[in-house]
Design a protein around this ligand. Structure first.
Ligand SMILES: NC(=O)c1ccc[n+]([C@@H]2O[C@H](COP(=O)([O-])OP(=O)(O)OC[C@H]3O[C@@H](n4cnc5c(N)ncnc54)[C@H](OP(=O)(O)O)[C@@H]3O)[C@@H](O)[C@H]2O)c1
Length: 335
């Protein structure tokens, strides 16, 4: 297989690249920055922006299979960069696949495409995409991921088979987003529990998320694959108490548990104010709170993953406790 991974130098993408190399694929990665560590592994690193159609189409040349993992994450208030990377970027990847006769595309989506501000307890893929709520509450990341997911699934057909995977809260060694931010906020004394602290959330250890992508790609190669045209939630299959889990991560870094708290309503109002201020002043960095974040941090969201188990044999092979040990070792190396 000659395989393209967009975002192959990122957190999830790099684990996927390593697993693809281990099974014998030739791997090309697409992203804006240089990744000498990938080149050392034998990966062909192609530099370009998802918004640049020519660059994306060229990166698809000669490839059998595409994992479209790259995306703009976060909670910045300017919408355009999200539309450019996540919506136009995905349209460009689809164009690249069709131009070069690629037969399989696996899109990394997010469970947050279905989030509408309410608890999600054990929901399965019958829950609808919450595009209106996400647009109304200016979650540019989730709403653009939702639009992209819909386009990818609509593109499923005879020439190109597609599917979308929705891993929830990916964590593990080499994470540059969630865990470093939690630790930095806790160190600065700025971490507050939002809501009652009784909410359950799903999460997925990064190597399990990577393996699920490879399994879905394999399943897509079958004639009449049940995976084609569908979206799947992915997790460890055992939801955790959100704030206890955060305390566990902090403990690994030698930090005290979260003590300060704020109600969901107060966090929502702070988020609304910060969104308005950042928008008015054109501030490009991410506000510390948004309405979307307030709602996410205060609610339960965990999912039924039986469809992924049934249709492509997904199992979270690395347990949460083993993952914690690996994370702990990595954090110790970073200290
Ligand atoms: N992390 C999570 O908890 C989580 C949960 C659900 C879904 N996801 C999804 O999983 C995927 C991977 O997330 P991650 O945590 O691995 O993120 P990440 O570490 O930030 O990796 C994202 C990658 O995308 C590339 N990228 C971003 N914007 C680009 C652009 N305009 N053009 C070309 N490349 C671009 C980045 O490379 P360059 O900077 O070199 O361009 C980076 O390698 C994303 O699709 C995300 O939506 C993540």
């Amino acid at each position: 297989m000659h395989t393209l991974v967009t975002g192959g130098g990122g957190f999830l993408g790099r684990y996927m690249v390593e697993q693809l190399l281990a099974r014998g694929d030739r791997v090309r990665s697409f992203g804006r920055r240089a990744y000498p560590e990938l080149e050392t592994l034998g990966v062909e690193v192609v530099r370009g922006d998802l918004a640049d159609q020519g660059a994306v189409v060229a990166a698809c040349d000669g490839v059998d299979l595409v994992f479209h993992v790259a995306a703009r994450p976060g909670v910045s208030v300017q919408r355009l960069p999200y539309v450019q990377a996540n919506v136009h970027g995905t349209k460009n990847v689809l164009h690249g696949c069709l131009t070069h006769g690629i037969s399989r595309l696996i899109y990394t989506s997010s469970p947050s495409v279905t989030f509408a501000g309410e608890d999600q307890n054990g929901v399965d893929e019958s829950v609808p995409v919450a595009l209106d709520w996400l647009i109304r509450h200016r979650s540019h990341y989730s709403s653009t991921k939702a639009i992209a997911e819909q386009r990818v699934l609509q593109a499923n057909g005879e020439q190109l088979r597609t599917c979308a995977l929705r891993p929830h809260l990916i964590w593990g060694p080499r994470d540059q987003h969630l865990i470093p931010r939690l630790i930095a906020k806790a160190k600065a004394g700025r971490l507050r529990r939002v809501g009652t602290g009784a909410n359950l959330v799903d999460m997925i250890y990064v190597e399990n998320a990577a393996e699920a992508h490879l399994q879905a790609g394999e399943a897509l190669s079958q004639e009449n694959s049940p995976v084609a045209g569908n979206a799947y939630f992915l997790s460890q299959g055992e939801p955790v108490d959100c704030w206890q889990w955060i305390d566990e991560i902090l403990a690994l870094a030698g930090l005290a548990p979260v003590k300060k708290s704020i109600s969901r309503q107060a966090a929502w109002r702070v988020g609304a104010l910060l969104e308005a201020t950042y928008g008015l002043l054109g501030i490009r960095s991410e506000p510390a709170m948004t309405r979307f974040l307030a709602a996410q941090l205060a609610t339960s969201h965990w999912f039924d993953i039986s469809a992924a188990r049934r249709d492509f044999g997904y199992e979270p092979r690395i347990s949460a406790s083993e993952g914690m040990q690996r994370l702990s070792r990595w954090l110790a190396e970073q200290a």
